[in-house]
Write a protein that binds this ligand. Sequence first.
Ligand SMILES: [Zn+2]
Length: 379
Amino acid sequence: MLNGVHYKTNNPVKITFEKDLIASIKLDKTLQTDNMICPGLVDLQINGFKGVDFNEEGLSVDSVVLVTRELWKAGVTSYFPTLITNSDENICATLETIEQACEKHSLIDKTISGIHLEGPFLSSEDGPRGAHPLKHIKAPDWDLLNKWQTIARGRIKMITISPEWPESVNFIKCCRSSGILVAIGHTNANEEQIRNAVQAGARLSTHLGNATHLMLPRHSNYIWEQLASEQLWSSIIADGFHLPPALLKVFLKIKEGQSILVSDSTKFAGLPPGSYSSHIGGAIELNSEGRLFMKDKPKMLAGSARSLLNCIDHLVNSEITSLETALDMASFKPLELLGKHYLYGMEEGKKADLIIFKRVSGKIRLLKTIKAGEVVYKA
Ligand SMILES: [Zn+2]
């Protein structure tokens, strides 16, 4: 049983569970509480957390379990470990480890609801390529993806590619027919290539506005084209550092109802402020506000170190969205994009994936996380 204020109706409710489902949600005006209940958070882009990097060599089953448990403490009930551009050997080894972790632990399996491949079929151009290693970038290759999918036992549910490669249209069609969500990202594609990708079935822009050239032609460029597409949703990193407030506001207005939040967190998320070293960036610094940057070039970000909860706080405190909208973009909306919305949400008969929290001085303080009807975190 769970008592709290429904995040959409603002009414006090009592929620009961039966196995992994919500059995009932009953209005109870006698409840005196300011605790809020909303669906568990869903993060489709997690590179690492709490010291564990999915992309470093030698990932172990135990570290996959550790990340998952730490994410429960950050309100996440479903996520996609995200594998960036790497050697074939490393990608195979990582997929194998994640697969083993899921086979071994049923709750881990339920929480890791898919794997996101962000690469290696991205732009080789400096700027859009971001931190993805050039030597491993390649053209979309369906046979290679199939090999990885076999190792992952079908767990690859999402792939970010750049449609500037001539192989893209066929590749996207193959992904769509096998149920893999295709996102456009780290791209130097022209407008026609983006339109063709959308027509072939691409449905999302990965962290729109980031991993781009520093300078772009003002009228014709890949950002406008993706913004203008009615079929494309967008994922955004709303951590307060990756995109300025005005841009966030514009993106969210244009993509109203078609935006999702991703943390894009690196292994430094969830760690205390301090100096660290990264295998990609060298010496980096995490400050007390959660900004992760290069030590010798403090203006340059070294990835994200914030969780979805921090991103929700940022959107609400900057008055960019309401709390309800921010929560939806971090929970229900990603599932809608994946076509799983009929299973989730705060309704009777839906999956009992929920969080209960309080807002204290403009910050969400998580009290409890429930995954498949089980309490997996309690403050
Ligand atoms: Zn990226």
